[in-house]
Design a protein around this ligand. Structure first.
Ligand SMILES: Nc1ncnc2c1ncn2[C@@H]1O[C@H](COP(=O)(O)OP(=O)(O)O)[C@@H](O)[C@H]1O
Ligand SMILES: [Mg+2]
Length: 255
């Protein structure tokens, strides 16, 4: 079933058009990777999907319903957002940090159900043992999992992640990518993530959206969207696609 539909979305910062006619859709359980050079509009797209930014024209639909016709709380319960980085890291415990994600459900004070949900998602991301550790004392991989837990505690139908593997070493990159894939499958979520690493996009996506200058330059399965031609046109870099290894490697000879 198509859960997320992005129809001809345009967005501007003042007079600068950052998104131009962006259109794609995603089915339940699908992982969609958004790739493209710096400044191509990936972060802007993610922020437009969950209504942080209002599109100038076009619409985002969840289950056929336009975000424009929904209230702020209704939208907040549909999307979990994992930002690229936290601007300020305060020494909250992991538990309190994840609990803060329950905000759309909490009228006055968090209750037993909210606490149970926090433990449920901490277990899911394998962070239960760190529940009462401070987030300032976590490793990069653990902090990334705490951010994902905070997004999941919303019980979203769509999980948005902005370069979730960017600050991680190789081991944690694979661990987080596996976790994201498994969450999409098991919870029937739509996952939309901005990614820098084209090999991870090739390996872990059901669909890849390639952005260039605020437009969708190519879209489709990893094999369809991530071709040597497309990557050269968008990044200006010659690569080789190793189909068997599911890897994108920079070509030795750039001519
Ligand atoms: N707050 C802002 N005000 C004005 N321009 C912005 C702002 N944020 C991003 N931009 C511009 O919009 C374009 C897309 O940015 P962004 O979505 O952050 O790209 P990406 O995430 O792909 O690197 C860039 O040209 C960037 O300079
Ligand atoms: Mg970005």
């Amino acid at each position: 079933m198509v859960l997320l539909k992005v129809g001809n979305v345009e967005f501007s910062y003042g007079s600068f058009k950052a998104l131009k006619g962006v259109t794609f859709e995603a089915r339940e359980g699908e992982v969609v990777s958004v790739v493209g050079p710096n400044g191509s509009g990936k972060t802007t797209l993610l922020k437009t999907l969950d209504g942080i930014f209002k599109p100038l024209s076009g619409s985002v639909y969840v289950d056929g319903k336009s975000l424009g016709s929904m209230g702020r709380k209704e939208i907040a319960k549909l999307f979990g957002y994992v930002p690229q980085r936290l601007e300020h890291l305060y020494p909250f415990t992991v538990f309190d940090f994840v609990l803060s994600g329950r905000k759309p459900y909490i009228a006055f004070m968090p209750g037993g159900k909210d606490h149970r949900k926090v433990f449920e998602v901490l277990k899911l991301v394998n962070l239960e043992e760190k529940a009462f550790k401070k987030i300032t004392e976590l490793s990069g991989g653990e902090l990334q999992r705490a951010l994902i837990a905070r997004a999941l505690v919303v019980e979203p139908r769509i999980l948005l992640l902005d370069e979730p593997t960017a600050s991680l070493d190789l081991y944690y990159q694979l661990e987080v990518a596996e976790l994201i894939k498994q969450l999409a499958r098991d919870r029937r979520l739509v996952v939309v993530m901005a990614l820098h690493d084209l090999s991870l996009a090739y390996r872990y996506s059901d669909k890849v959206v390639v952005m260039k200058d605020g437009k969708v330059y190519a879209m489709g399965s990893p094999e369809e969207a991530l071709t040597e031609e497309v990557i050269y046109a968008v990044y200006g870099v010659r690569v080789r696609i190793l189909k068997d290894e599911k890897a994108v490697v920079v070509a030795f000879n750039q001519r």
